[in-house]
Design a protein around this ligand. Sequence first.
Ligand SMILES: [Zn+2]
Length: 507
Amino acid sequence: MEEMEMKRIKIFDTTLRDGEQAPGFTMNLSEKVKIAKQLEKLGVDVIEAGFAIASPGDFNAIREISRNVGNISVASLARTTKLDIDRAWEALQFAKKPRIHLFIATSDVHLKHKLKMTKDEALKSAVEGVRYAKRFFDDIEFSAEDAVRSDIGFLTEIFTAVIAEGAKTINIPDTVGYTTPDEYYTFIKTLKSQITNIEHVEISVHCHNDLGFAVANSLAAIKAGATQIECTINGIGERAGNAALEEIVMAIDTRKDYFNCYTNVDTKQIMKTSKLLQNITGVKVQPNKAIVGDNAFAHEAGIHQHGMLQERTTYEIMTPESIGLEMSKIILGKHSGRHAFVDRVKALGYVLDSTELETAYAAFIDLCDKKKEVYDADIDAILNKETTHIPEVVKLETFMIHSGKHIPATATISLIINGAELTDASVGDGPVDASFKVIEKSVNKAIKLIDYKINAVSEGKDALGEAVVVLKIDDKNYRGRGLSTDVIEASINAYIEAVNKSYIEIN
Ligand SMILES: [Zn+2]
């Protein structure tokens, strides 16, 4: 009864490579390490930490992540050239389980217009790449970029050749998000029947969401025999994104009866991982996003609520607890005390050293003065903020706003810059614009505001406001986050944080 055995599906997370390379999702080194550690807790099998040769930022991230995670595979993307492979090895040499992810395009359109290579040249480059990578790596993954638009005969030939050369995983990506579930199923089945020794390697898929099929295509691939899924938290990634990890994992878990497989992911860590990424990047998922959206487990309609009260399974196919979402939000306040705060921090899964705990507790007390009820979301926001260390070259001393209907907004701000106090004022289109102008003038830098968002972190009219700004300073983008019950103050803090980041080389 071998067919009845549950098959394990490996989760290859590419949030820090494919996800990070999408516009608006750039992360600095400490943010990437923080995500990687959470991915380890989540229980993914492989973390693709970057594309080593692409930039010093990618290279450093791969190296730091290799040093900071435990017994988990860390991968770097690389083309099939010696230079790329050398650079990937340099970045990965301290990893406990290093993996190289080699790729070359195989479709006619990519070969002709991008690589300007013939099929024979691409085949030769692939085989030579795997052969060279073997000098350093035991764990080699090979991807045929744009596989679904490639000639299936050529794919058979190139995959057979790289397996013979020593590739342990072959990836059959839908790079441009073009295929459909039925078509992809047949495609993989056909390749499986044609590639020599394919039964000895992992079959991986990597799907993009251009037509909204990324998750469905990945699941169809599992049915066809894929054993590794490449995906990202919240489905971030190039263009319309990649397959969303949380959707893949929960589909497999909820429909075990249908897929007959499992993953090593600890589903209770899903919500926390999703929120961490949203907090770090400042990009929120839409409320109706499957699994992790704010409404994913909200039952508003009366008839649904009635059914839920009688029996949860009437309208609920999975529980909020299964993804680590606690429905009974515990509320803290001024009188909760230090002990309750420390307990809550532990329960939310944070491990802090004593300095971090002191800073966080001080921020909590400060918040309790402004806000009666402190929710878990507020504590998350404080902790995700206070554990990132950014030197304060510029500090906010005080600010005053004058604004109203038919009068121009004026901001007067006192800053401490390198220890010296400086007070200045400016008018602008509204109080936020006026405030930003004062800071720009005071720090004497040419600053362009690229993005500005404001969100309420928790509920209530005294909710903690979170401002996120992206500033362009000296041709580089810097993201800053600010938290306050006053949205102007949150905005000023966010702006100052981004400015402070520009003083240090963090990438
Ligand atoms: Zn991709």
